[in-house]
Ligand binder design. Sequence first.
Ligand code: AMP
Length: 416
Amino acid sequence: MKFSELDLKPELQESLKRMGYEEMTPIQEQTIPHVIKGADVMGLAETGSGKTAACGVPLVNATDVDLNAIQHLILVPTRELALQYVQEVDDLAGDSGVVPFAVFGGFDISIQKAKLNHCVHILVATPGRLIDLIWNTRLDLTHVRTVVLDEADEMLKMGFIEDVDWILSCMLQEHQTLLWSATMPGEIDGLARKYLKDPIRIELNRDQRAPQSLQHHFLHAGRNRLTALTKYLKDDAVKQAIIFCNSRDKASELHRELRRQFTSMESIHGGLDQGKRTSIFRGFKELKIKYMVATDVAGRGLDFSHVTHVINYDLPFNSEIYTHRTGRAGRMGRTGVALTLVSDRDLGSLKEILRKNVIEPQWVGDAPDMDSVSKRRGGNRSRGRGDGRSGSSGQGSGRPRRRGSRNSGRSTPTTA
Ligand code: AMP
């Protein structure tokens, strides 16, 4: 189905044309008509399926630009997702007069307050900063008609679920709720049962796999990983690459080594301050940075469809992480290469990743003897400290938070 078949604001149709969105993606086709009708939606969506616009299009369309109030609230787990989300909504809003804005921790709250006092129609927020704003500025959410929870399972993993529960409990007025999650653990299901009314269930990520549009290359590097990677990066085919490590320490170390040989080389992980992270992300998106070493803080949900190569310098801890990392590049059927460096001790885990993602590996150089590898071999890999997730809390400190510590003794404010 085409966007032109929908009855949308003319400015929104213009934006969609400008953005090159003609045909809806399956998730958009299944979601948008229900959202327009005002139904609650609970979606299990594939990474890179177009779920931002699945909400963004109906929300921009339903915004009353003459009403100077927050009308739609979108909760996301990280600052990076907040920035990406608000950028897409801003592109969709175009000349319609709809004003989106994002608030997240690690950024001057007084600047955010000033903007909120001026005019914001669609607010994208990380839970912690939103709660700070509700309490410290008596942020008015009484005109909110739609609440979106994006990457709900990620919010759960990061310990935000009680914050989200509290925010939802503040929405006393009639409103619509849209919940997106890659998986549906019990706590998210419970939240959905508590706050969603007869939700339409949309499931597109059954048997989610790494994008089949990418070429999945593997390099048996043995002990010489750094040399193998350096040689590979010098190949002309590598126009832009994101290079994943499993820990902050590893990422910092690799970044130090690679900078000796490559100029346009940056590193991003949860330990960096917000300003630095934002400017690196922007530079990378605008193709001003050629190589970016990253921990998984850059993996989940973000769109790096412009890169030609996703490189796993460290083998991901499990097949789900492989799917998310490679999913950053292979969005919407885009092509490219995912290269994974492996050593002998990785081969057992690799076998599992290949099986779960249904990947027939293409080996760069000599292939190891995979037939003689048992699943348990190399299966004792443990999560190292600081895999990047803990640092992407969406809050200012960058430290993991104690569950439930924010809300103790808090009651529902009357302003919201
Ligand atoms: P998302 O899953 O929302 O992060 O979107 C994944 C990518 O697909 C982003 O780069 C979007 O800009 C792009 N996209 C979303 N919807 C469409 C569409 N209908 N046509 C073309 N590209 C789209």
